[in-house]
Design a protein. Structure first.
Length: 198
C-alpha cells in the first residue's frame, strides 16, 4: 500500500476509533467494532496496531505529536526560553482541551484496568515533561528564572497554564477554549511564572 494511501486509511481508522470510544467507552470498544465502523478488516487493524491498547497508544501519541515536535524543534534553536513557552502554551492548551483529548481522558477515567490512563501518561506527560524541563533549564541558565528543582518549576508552569481547564472540559462544564483565550492564558502563565520565579 502506498504511503499516502496508508496514511489516509490510518486517519479513517483512528477517526472511527474515537467515534466508537465516545459511544461505548474504552471497556466497550473492541477492535472488531472499530474495524466495522471504519469499514476495514480486523486483520488490517491487528497488523498495524497489534491490539486495542496499541491502537489507543497510537491515538494518544498522534494527539501529542504536534506539541512534542514543536518543543523538539525549538530546543534545536537558540530561541529565548520564555518565547518558546509563548508559542508552546496555546498549542499545549489546544492539545489538552481539544475534543480528542477530552474523549481519551473520559475513557481513561472510566477504564478500571488503568491501561488507557497509563498510555495517556506515557505518550503525553512523560514525553512532554522532560522537554519542558529543558526549556525551563534554559530560562534559568539565561537568568530569566530562578529555581532549584526543574520538575517543580515545570509543575508550576503547567498549573499556571492549565489550571482546571482540562478537568472542566472533561466533565462537560467548559466549552473548548478559543484561540484568543489560549494565547492570552499562555502569556498570563509566563507573566506569573516570572513573578514567582524571579
Amino acid at each position: 500500500m502506498r504511503e499516502d494511501k496508508r496514511s489516509q486509511r490510518q486517519q479513517q481508522i483512528e477517526t472511527a476509533a474515537y467515534e466508537v470510544l465516545e459511544a461505548k467507552g474504552y471497556a466497550g470498544t473492541s477492535m472488531q467494532g472499530i474495524a466495522r465502523q471504519a469499514r476495514a478488516s480486523n486483520e488490517t487493524l491487528y497488523n498495524w496496531y497489534g491490539d486495542k491498547l496499541g491502537l489507543f497508544q497510537a491515538l494518544v501519541s498522534r494527539n501529542a505529536e504536534e506539541v512534542k515536535s514543536h518543543l523538539e524543534a525549538e530546543l534545536e534553536t537558540d530561541h529565548d526560553a520564555l518565547a518558546i513557552l509563548g508559542t508552546l502554551g496555546p498549542k499545549l492548551l489546544d492539545l489538552l482541551t481539544g475534543d480528542r483529548a477530552v474523549a481519551l481522558n473520559r475513557a481513561a477515567a472510566a477504564d478500571s484496568s488503568g491501561e488507557l490512563g497509563a498510555a495517556l501518561s506515557k505518550a503525553g506527560r512523560e514525553t512532554v515533561f522532560p522537554l519542558l524541563e529543558q526549556v525551563l533549564l534554559r530560562a534559568r541558565a539565561d537568568g530569566q528564572l530562578c529555581f532549584e528543582q526543574a520538575e517543580a518549576a515545570v509543575g508550576l508552569y503547567l498549573d499556571l497554564l492549565i489550571g482546571d481547564q482540562q478537568i472542566r472540559r472533561v466533565i462537560g462544564r467548559l466549552p473548548q477554549p478559543s484561540k484568543v483565550f489560549r494565547e492570552e492564558r499562555a502569556q498570563r502563565a509566563i507573566h506569573h511564572l516570572r513573578q514567582l520565579l524571579s
